[in-house]
Design a protein around this ligand. Structure first.
Ligand SMILES: Cc1cc2nc3c(=O)[nH]c(=O)nc-3n(C[C@H](O)[C@H](O)[C@H](O)COP(=O)(O)OP(=O)(O)OC[C@H]3O[C@@H](n4cnc5c(N)ncnc54)[C@H](O)[C@@H]3O)c2cc1C
Length: 214
């Protein structure tokens, strides 16, 4: 299992036992999430924007309109921090102080680079599509050259990263264990709802119906 070396900014200091630096854990979090939070500093002020992303081996890719402030900043080589958080449960302790959450989260640092080659951009679009709904790229209309030129695609190498994972029951103080208060974990998962067809004349494809991720 490949570990990512700690750097001064990726070493988990607060609850270090929850820190994970192996690629398997980091990749699994990245592959389970659909939305990342992208943080940059612009004109001296921080801004955090949610984006779709996809992991492709050693990199994550993101995209957006060429007119978007965020993609412009990212393509200028600014420092970026990317977070993906998966919420697994509410941890209800006997005290307010020890209430917590079960989660898996990854924080990546680096710089993004723009992918300009049209073929590589198309491949990135395929990766986004397959990330959102595996099997869909084969039947939808692919991006035209005009659509590709209106889209900025960015990649960021996974080199400086850490994950933090909390599992298990509440960690109450010894002196609170006698309190007559219910405590435990409320597990949370992302579940799909009832599918809404926009094309009643076309049956829902099996890859949508049988998608077991949610
Ligand atoms: C769903 C959720 C809810 C949370 N709620 C709270 C809250 O209400 N209050 C609170 O104080 N903390 C909360 N945390 C924990 C929070 O993310 C931080 O880990 C914690 O606050 C310590 O921050 P720090 O900057 O002091 O960490 P440090 O340990 O000093 O961070 C050092 C480095 O460790 C890594 N790191 C730190 N935290 C994470 C993380 N969560 N995931 C991946 N890498 C990480 C980063 O590389 C960071 O630069 C929550 C986390 C999650 C996922």
């Amino acid at each position: 299992m490949e570990n990512i070396p700690n750097t001064a900014r990726t070493k988990v200091r607060r609850q270090p036992d929850q820190g994970r630096y192996d690629r398997a854990t980091i990749d699994a979090i990245l592959d389970a999430g659909l939305v990342c939070q992208v943080g940059i500093v612009e004109d001296g002020l921080p801004v955090v924007i949610p984006m779709l992303y996809a992991r492709d081996d050693d990199r994550i890719i993101m995209h957006g309109s060429t007119a978007s402030r965020l993609t412009k900043s990212l393509s200028s080589g600014t420092d970026v921090c990317v977070n993906v958080t998966l919420l697994d449960g509410l941890v209800l302790a006997r005290s307010a102080f020890n209430a917590s959450m079960n989660y898996r989260s990854a924080v990546l640092f680096g710089k993004a680079t723009e992918i300009k080659d049209l073929q590589k951009k198309t491949e990135a679009m395929r990766l986004f599509s397959e990330r959102v709904m595996p099997g869909r790229w084969a039947e939808i209309r692919g991006p035209s050259e005009i659509e590709l030129s209106a889209t900025r695609v960015l990649e960021m190498q996974i080199e400086e990263a850490a994950a933090k994972v909390r599992t298990g029951p509440p960690k109450d103080n010894e002196e609170d264990l006698h309190l007559s208060v219910w405590a435990g974990v409320v597990p949370l998962t992302l579940r799909r709802g009832t599918i809404e067809s926009d094309t009643p004349e076309i049956p829902i494809p099996p890859y949508v119906l049988n998608d077991e991720r949610f």
